[in-house]
Design a protein around this ligand. Sequence first.
Ligand SMILES: Cc1ncc(C[n+]2csc(CCOP(=O)(O)OP(=O)(O)O)c2C)c(N)n1
Length: 278
Amino acid sequence: MDKPNILELRKKAVEIRKDILKMLMLAGSGHTGGSLSIVEILVALYCYKMKHDPKNPEWKERDRFLLSKGHACPALYAVLADAGYFPKEKLLSLRKLGSQLQGHPQRGLPGVEISSGSLGQGLSIANGIALAARLDNSAVRIYCLMGDGETNEGQVWEAAMTGAHYKLDNICAIIDFNKLQIDGFCCDIKDMGPYVHKWTDFGWNAIEADGHDIGALIAALDKASGTKGKPTVIIAHTIKGKGVSFVENKVEWHGIAPKKEEYERAVKELDEALGKIT
Ligand SMILES: Cc1ncc(C[n+]2csc(CCOP(=O)(O)OP(=O)(O)O)c2C)c(N)n1
């Protein structure tokens, strides 16, 4: 795959953040912090790594992206619209009655592979798709994005054992390792100790990366697809609320949307950041 223009992708990430904030502001509710933390991960996947075709969302040989942390769907919607899965104006219908863009993803919206929101389930679904792909002799790869808090769920570790047992090297899990969850810091809610070792002890190849550095994410994703005989997890170090100073690392921004004045302040900051990407 051709190496992308990292500068352009960094600019795109800023524009995506602006889209996310606008959608949330207009909806008047939603998950701001956890959406802003995954933007570069989604950009690296959709603009570089994944084999996909927005004009043919059901293409059999497409790679699959599963947003297991479904509450962060504003970020997914913004990236899908940018890729051309549906018109960008549709983003403004977030959380409106009758809209396909609900507060958690639902199948039916082009590009959305699974309905999600009940945390802990994505990796089990990834296992099923990966095993089916093996039976079909298909080169499809499966990407499953989870939150670090989400990995407190026991089901994640059952799925991790299954993935290692069946040597599902067509799976790449990605952890949005932003150290925060709904009620506070992950280490205070349920400390998961030496996190990388947890995954390697469960039989996974584990790679740590800066989750806001698109070049580092691309390198990690390439390493993952080159790893045979075991599944890979990328532990992406991120900042909850990334890009907006008064949202970054603030637990209270987990499940609220910006008001108009906050939105305008945030956009001003993001435009300044955009001007510095040269
Ligand atoms: C099974 C389940 N339990 C609880 C919730 C409520 N909930 C929504 S988001 C969230 C926090 C998840 O934390 P993390 O995975 O770290 O994601 P982040 O907040 O960083 O986006 C919780 C507990 C849920 N969606 N599903």
